[in-house]
Design a protein around this ligand. Sequence first.
Ligand SMILES: [Zn+2]
Ligand SMILES: [Zn+2]
Length: 385
Amino acid sequence: MKLNNLSKYTEIDREKLELIRSAMPETVLREKVFYSKGYIDNEIDYSPDLCLEAPPIDYKLTKVCPKCGKKYPESEIFCFDCAVSLKDIEKVNVRQIDIPHEFNFEGENSYTDFKEILTAENLLELTKFEFEMQDFNEIIRNIKLTAIKNLDSAIKDNEIDLDTLSILEKVILFTKSFVNVEYKSYGQELGFYRFNSIFVDDRQLDALQITTMLHELTHYLIKEILTHILCRLLDASKTKEIESIVTFILSYSSENCLIDEYAAHTVEGRFTLIGYQDYSSFLNIQKTIERSKDEIDMLKTIGNSLANTVKEIVESFIDSDLLEDIKKQFRRDILDEPDYSQLMLENCTLLNDVGFLRAIEFIIVDGFAVSMDNIEKLNQINEMW
Ligand SMILES: [Zn+2]
Ligand SMILES: [Zn+2]
């Protein structure tokens, strides 16, 4: 990937810069700090948006007045307006709901054999890269609309009352409108994503399960977005084989792994609290890459830009109230201070449209060419779906 060619297509990610600023105490800010290209101005007055002693919050409304229908939190027993005892609202167990979530893509070609896909003609077709921002936005819109439809019908079919759900349960529900969510109670990892399923360790605190789910959902969405782009470029319907090629592309090089991992890390920080994530998730990959500091930074910029797209999709589900609730849950569960030295590792640069399309072109064209020599590996991936 010719990474240095991309540097002229960058701009500052002001929103992320602002998030980092708000997570930093004044003493740290006073020392002038540079975040990649973005500079945090020490003159600006700010109040840290970090309160470690947030009181427990009664999120769920689990009782209802049988007369007026008003909903109450769990701790209440009586409706004083109507002078009657409250009843429990019947509650749906979102962990047990399966939401059908097919994100289809229809094209002229329907490839089910790697040898038919991985041809010199198709590589040439990809190299032309006839793909504009408008095409990209259409793909994102389709994914968003499909997921919203999935969620709507799940709520209707299961008669779910959102007011009765905890914050974690809400996040589980909307994650399930994209991808399977399964539970594990073994191993050290908080969670992982594999073949259209997210595995979350349910022994963890709610806040950590939420973070984990958003992180793994990002991995899923990046796979899904790139799959739709490849389908669009090859005028092909989405098949297991095309998904396998994209899965291979995202994993064959440390560079692509870093982009993917940095994006997941960034989305996590944007919906929970920045600075609290596990930085080792991308640092371990970063260590294995022998490239200049500027090139590593450009990989993070690509990851940051992908995170921005994922954020846009996720924001159609997490409104500002839910976002605030997630942050409260986080402050309630997690008592450690963020590690400010880790915050310095954050990249606050975005690619503009031209740069973003070029980055996607590099990932897909280079990855497709490498796939042509790795049919054996692709077959292995394909058998695992
Ligand atoms: Zn009442
Ligand atoms: Zn990850």
